[in-house]
Ligand binder design. Structure first.
Ligand SMILES: Cc1ncc(COP(=O)(O)O)c(C=O)c1O
Length: 358
């Protein structure tokens, strides 16, 4: 792993942000207690505010999104059953098979052309009731969908998908790591996107800019079971109010600015779209996936060249680079990333005035 210290603009992920001075003040001033005894007032305030914003009975504060996804699915599912997910879902490819390892459930993939499940694709994945097939506990959807470049599912599609799943007796979980981005892009309240689902996970440590933490929200009985599962997974925290204060600050102060990240993502995409060998789709939120297969360079090679000029991106599979906008990237950072990628691809890297000597 490489650190981000030398980077002039760090587009590797929206998780690389540092707390702002105002967020740090909120953390330092937090009232705390032992959350295992239910005595941390700031954690309680964060859980209540999250439940309110997501339109759910209760919410739980967890260290990470992977744990929050697991807690929701383990609280609703049963060992020996399946969880349906879109074929390129984060749950399937990046979560250490944790739902299988800790919950005894297999993940079954539903293929879609663009990462967006529809009522028809979900209906097509449901088998007729039979004593010979495994039962299906739940469907997990992802909004925004990372692998497809942060694409958004509308409230109507989420409702249709959930209706099909519920009619077949499944519970529905939403991996909403970037749910706030989806809501901002659609111009709707997040609760519109969560109303049709049973449980939702959403991250405070991505676009919202908190240093740590994710939330799981849902019906009181599911969250109550989730409390024990979090403990079983070792995720219970003590004076977590210092971290919850950052989350509360982020919810109140950083949601409204997410559209700035989306505008910068569009600008980055426009700026690199016509470079030689590049292909990309217009971003819908803060993620820009750049297909570099036409450049003759592997993504890892390009990432190394960009890094020499202080621009951080990550290789994303065999053909793509990923750039993610967040609150520590300004307009100048975007312009720098465009000119550096342009210089590297056109072979005139000497044009970068701050290029370190080799
Ligand atoms: C779509 C999605 N779900 C879940 C997660 C997991 O979150 P965490 O890294 O906090 O465990 C991520 C992290 O990048 C993600 O992008």
């Amino acid at each position: 792993m490489t650190g981000g210290g030398a980077l002039r603009v760090d587009l590797r992920s929206d998780t690389v942000t540092r707390p702002t001075p105002a967020m740090l003040d909120a953390m330092l001033g937090a009232r705390v207690g032992d959350d295992c005894f239910g005595e941390d007032p700031t954690v309680r305030a964060l859980e209540e505010r999250t439940a309110e914003l997501l339109g759910k009975e209760r919410a739980l504060f967890l260290p990470s999104g992977i744990m929050a996804n697991q807690v929701a699915l383990l609280a609703m599912g049963e060992p020996g059953t399946e969880v349906l997910v879109e074929a390129r879902a984060h749950l399937l490819h990046y979560e250490e098979s944790s739902v299988a390892a800790h919950g005894g459930m297999t993940l079954r993939a539903i293929s879609t052309p663009d990462g967006r499940l529809t009522a028809d694709t979900v209906a097509g994945a449901l088998r007729p009731a039979s004593p010979f097939h495994p039962r299906v506990s739940a469907l997990a959807i992802e909004n925004t969908h990372l692998d497809s470049g942060g694409r958004v599912m509308s409230a109507g599609v989420v409702a249709d998908v959930a209706e099909v799943a519920h009619a077949a007796g499944l519970r529905v979980h939403l991996d909403g790591a970037r749910l706030w981005n989806a809501a901002a892009a659609l111009g709707v309240e997040a609760s519109e996107l969560t109303a049709p689902v049973d449980t939702v996970m959403t991250c405070l440590s991505k676009g919202l800019g908190a240093p740590v933490g994710s939330m799981m929200a849902g019906p009181a009985d599911v969250v109550e079971r989730g409390w024990r599962i979090r403990r079983r997974l070792g995720g219970q925290m003590r004076q977590a109010g210092f971290l919850a204060a950052a989350g509360l600050y982020a919810l109140e102060h950083h949601r409204a600015r997410l559209e700035e990240d989306h505008a910068r993502a569009r600008r980055l995409a426009e700026g690199v779209a016509y470079l030689p060998g590049i292909r990309l789709q217009a971003p819908e939120t803060n993620v820009v996936m750049i297909d570099v297969s036409g450049t003759g360079m592997a993504p890892s090679e390009l990432v190394a060249r960009l890094r020499e000029h202080g621009v951080g991106m990550v290789p994303f599979g065999p053909t793509r680079l990923r750039a993610v906008l967040h609150l520590d990237v300004d307009d100048a950072g975007v312009e720098l990333a465009i000119s550096v990628l342009s210089g590297v691809l056109r072979g005139d890297e000497a044009g970068d005035p701050e290029r370190p000597a080799r």
